[in-house]
Design a binder for this molecule. Structure first.
Ligand SMILES: Cc1cc2nc3c(=O)[nH]c(=O)nc-3n(C[C@H](O)[C@H](O)[C@H](O)COP(=O)(O)O)c2cc1C
Length: 246
């Protein structure tokens, strides 16, 4: 118990430190204030969770028609985890998945969920942070399950993920680097969910990984809000999308 408390305090401090390093400047302070404590109550059936997250999909929604952007040329790519997550206990739908869905609903974009080829990520928070830290230290490039959609069809790609240790999860770099040429000339718009770090430099890191793409104004949403304050999150997302021309 003592070990858990100590570990929790260290992780929260590290996340808050990450918040100081955030370079997004996109007005996310409201979300950042809302981070809460880590919930540790669970022991999940991994196989059950695996069943829930194995589907990679391209799904067409309803065109938005409210802005200047062409929704048929827009794709939302995201990575997200279920199970035990920071401040929200055990979740059936990942925080980033919720945000991604709100974006597709509003824009009518297609969407694609990035899943690991081999899903070795644990569904308990502490174990997941350990693996993610190891991947960060190793600069790992976990393989992606399935086939990436034909990116030539799209002008704009929204790209979202949880902040992991102040960075994109390493599997996102697999996507960026593996599709750098296909993403060249397109507008890439980053979004994060987080526990205090905001956008955590997602935009500049994306720009470095995909130097021939244009990086649009990103958005950061607190994971706790994605789960618990969905009306205000939707309002926030719709305002952002409206400024982007959707
Ligand atoms: C491995 C790991 C590392 C994390 N690192 C950070 C961090 O550096 N900064 C932060 O604000 N939140 C951090 N978090 C919290 C997540 O970014 C946040 O809970 C997110 O909303 C989870 O999204 P998801 O449900 O889509 O996976 C971390 C969570 C995990 C599991």
């Amino acid at each position: 118990m003592k070990k858990f408390l100590l570990t929790g305090i260290i992780i929260v401090c590290l996340f808050m430190l990450g918040g100081c390093q955030s370079s997004d400047g996109t007005g996310n302070s409201a979300e950042e204030k809302n981070s809460s404590t880590v919930s540790q109550s669970n022991n999940l059936e991994t196989s059950k969770q695996n069943d829930k997250s194995v589907v990679s999909k391209i799904e067409s929604g309803t065109p938005a028609n409210s802005g200047t952007s062409d929704s048929t040329k827009t794709l939302v790519v995201y990575f997200s985890r279920t199970g035990e997550q920071y401040g929200v206990g055990n979740i059936d739908k990942g925080n980033t998945a919720i945000v991604a869905e709100m974006i597709t609903e509003k824009t009518g974009a297609d969407s694609f969920e990035i899943l690991p080829k081999e899903d070795y990520y644990p569904y308990t928070y502490d174990a997941l942070t350990d693996i993610a830290k190891q991947e960060l230290n190793d600069n790992a490039r976990p393989e992606i399950k399935g086939t990436i959609p034909d990116l030539s069809k799209y002008d704009t790609v929204f790209i979202g993920a949880p902040v992991w240790w102040g960075d994109w999860p390493m599997i996102m770099y697999t996507f960026f680097e593996g599709n750098k040429d296909a993403l060249a000339g397109k507008t890439l718009i980053p979004f994060s969910t987080h526990a205090g770090s905001g956008l955590s430099g997602f935009d500049s890191k994306l720009s470095t990984a995909c130097p021939n793409s244009t990086i649009g104004t990103g958005l950061a949403i607190a994971g706790t809000d994605a789960q618990n304050n969905q009306d205000s999150v939707r309002e926030n997302i719709n305002g952002w999308l409206s400024e982007l021309g959707y």
